[in-house]
Design a protein around this ligand. Sequence first.
Ligand SMILES: Nc1nc2c(ncn2[C@@H]2O[C@H](COP(=O)(O)OP(=O)(O)OP(=O)(O)O)[C@@H](O)[C@H]2O)c(=O)[nH]1
Ligand SMILES: [Mg+2]
Length: 320
Amino acid sequence: MNWNRRSLAKAITLLESTRVDHRIKADALLTEILPSTGHSFRLGISGVPGVGKSTFIETLGLHLIAQGHRVAVLAIDPSSTVSGGSILGDKTRMEMLSVNEQAFIRPSPSSGNLGGVASHTREAMLLCEAAGYDVVIVETVGVGQSEVAVAAMTDMFVLMQLPNAGDDLQAIKKGVMELADLVVINKADLDSAAAARAEAQITSSLRIYSYRVQSKIPHWTPQVMQMSALKNFGVDEFWQRVSEFKRLEVGNSRFLGRRQSQSQSWMWERIHDGLKAQFQNHRKVRSQLPAIEQAVLSGQLAASTAARQLLTLALQTDST
Ligand SMILES: Nc1nc2c(ncn2[C@@H]2O[C@H](COP(=O)(O)OP(=O)(O)OP(=O)(O)O)[C@@H](O)[C@H]2O)c(=O)[nH]1
Ligand SMILES: [Mg+2]
């Protein structure tokens, strides 16, 4: 297939459609392109609003394009699933990258739950790979579960922090820290002493959180570095670290292992979501649900018994 940015954008729109005939076409397309996917480096980037994600991705993207790469940027914005609007992926703040022929920028799908949005983004990532983008960046704001979703679809997960983060460890949620392969302290130009403090503090907390077993096989351990995306300081070093991560993880087969387990979890996640949707739409379930739920609330029926009754209804082959 011959792709340009317009046909890629149209194909992604097809993937995001909820129409049944579109979904059939989209699945056929995914199956067709699958052999040409997987050849990119998938980089996840997360951080609180204003940390400098857009500034960094623009600087990094242009840097990579200058080296001959083609860069796609996809966004998962948890707020868009609530408001229907997209605060991420704003092209205005990646002005130079968005007009570059070697870049493709796509904002977050603006409808559906996080699971659905994440699934669309994964599929969009496959399309970008088939279209020849060899670096795919998936961006998310550091709120809610979206970081888990991004870490679960990328080869390397990067958490961006502000220099003051180390002072009170405010934005550093333990769970998110555990996901990070690399923590970048951005805006180091504003306060170098604070950035150095943050680096030391985050380095020591990473050691605490890091539960990775010691092994003789060389492997990557989470790292911390300083950067100024605005002043283009540290961006070169960032990519060197990414390359080192890739070299090590490909060498010890963890790279492939991570992708395989991601695909497997993705399949099961979609099965669970699909079953749940079918359950909720099942005619008999819908008609019985209010009464059964009420019986649970008033203490007449044990919750587990209610669940079994509803599941029995849903699993009856006659779904009319
Ligand atoms: N001094 C300094 N300012 C920066 C740096 N990186 C980004 N900024 C500024 O910080 C502000 C926010 O940057 P963005 O790149 O829009 O941040 P973001 O993380 O994409 O924010 P959201 O899209 O709202 O989540 C802008 O005014 C940038 O110019 C940096 O390294 N140093
Ligand atoms: Mg932004």
